[in-house]
Design a protein. Structure first.
Length: 284
């Protein structure tokens, strides 16, 4: 029979056993969410560190690389509209508030609707840091908003959203029901250009005939594929979208009562697909 361990020896052996056992990683703590240094704009931006697309116009603040807060397309649109001071602008898909910022600086009152929750929160950060007092950001699907017979506005501003729609012709029709004037920047489908692009050609997997309120057209399906795995994704709310050709885009605008007043930033060699900007007026 083995002798009983003394209390001292029992204590020592237990300590040795505990030291030999692997130590589990510390559990996440709410304290990890606290900032322990003096307030700065960088702290707010770093809530989404590595996810920003836009370069914020703040000295010594690291954000994204695209100068959307200093975008010539917005200035061009404002000039074509003859100014926007005092006008109510409905912005579809503000992303991180770059175009909202420029519109408010030009004197517009902006209601901006964003469906992507992380982008929406980045818009709120940008509004706070840049004092965008003329902007109101709403979280939700702007298509559902447009279908709900919303209040009329002076201008609908739709930059970088039409090619993310599953039914882009419906979007064109609904915008005509809510605004007198339109700014649109979008990619368009061009088979010759797309097929030459190793980046784009594999993404276009299907082409189908469609009709919306009497307007017949072709939808060119674009699959987001692996882009959906990134937190910085800023596309549509489904796994794919549908593009229009340039010709059918312009014909659709006319069909639903838009008169194109000017086009610009026409870039058939854009690396992400041919693109153009336009301003249009709603015909009675």
């Amino acid at each position: 029979m083995l002798p009983a361990l003394s209390a001292g020896r029992h204590f020592v052996l237990n300590r040795l056993r505990r030291k030999a056992e692997p130590v589990a990683d510390a559990a996440p703590s709410i304290l990890d969410s606290y900032v322990t240094t003096a307030p700065s704009p960088q702290h707010a931006v770093d809530i989404f560190a590595g996810e920003w697309s836009s370069m914020l116009p703040l000295n010594d603040v690291e954000s994204g690389q695209i100068p959307l807060f200093d975008d010539d397309r917005v200035d061009w649109a404002v000039k074509e509209f003859g100014g926007v001071a005092g006008l109510h602008v409905l912005e579809l898909g503000p992303l991180e508030g770059g175009h909202t910022y420029r519109l408010t600086r030009a004197g517009a009152r902006v209601t901006a609707i964003e469906a992507q929750t992380r982008a929406y929160l980045k818009c709120l950060i940008a509004r706070e840091l840049l004092d965008m007092s003329g902007a109101r950001f709403l979280l939700g699907d702007f298509m559902a908003y447009l279908r709900g017979n919303p209040e009329h506005v002076d201008i609908c501003f739709a930059s970088g959203v039409l090619y993310h729609m599953r039914n882009p012709v419906e979007t064109i029709a609904l915008m005509a029901g809510v605004a007198d004037r339109l700014f649109l920047w979008t990619h368009v489908y061009d088979d010759e250009v797309i097929q030459r692009s190793a980046l784009l050609a594999p993404r276009f997997t299907h082409h189908e005939s469609a009709s919306y309120q009497g307007f017949a057209h072709t939808l060119h399906r674009f699959d987001y594929a692996e882009a959906l795995s990134g937190k910085g994704f800023c596309g549509g709310s489904a796994r794919y979208s549908n593009w229009l050709s340039r010709g059918e885009l312009l014909t659709a605008l006319e069909h639903f009562g838009w008169r194109v007043d000017a086009t610009g930033f026409d870039t058939p060699d854009h690396p992400h697909g041919p693109a153009l900007a336009l301003v249009a007026t709603r015909q009675n």
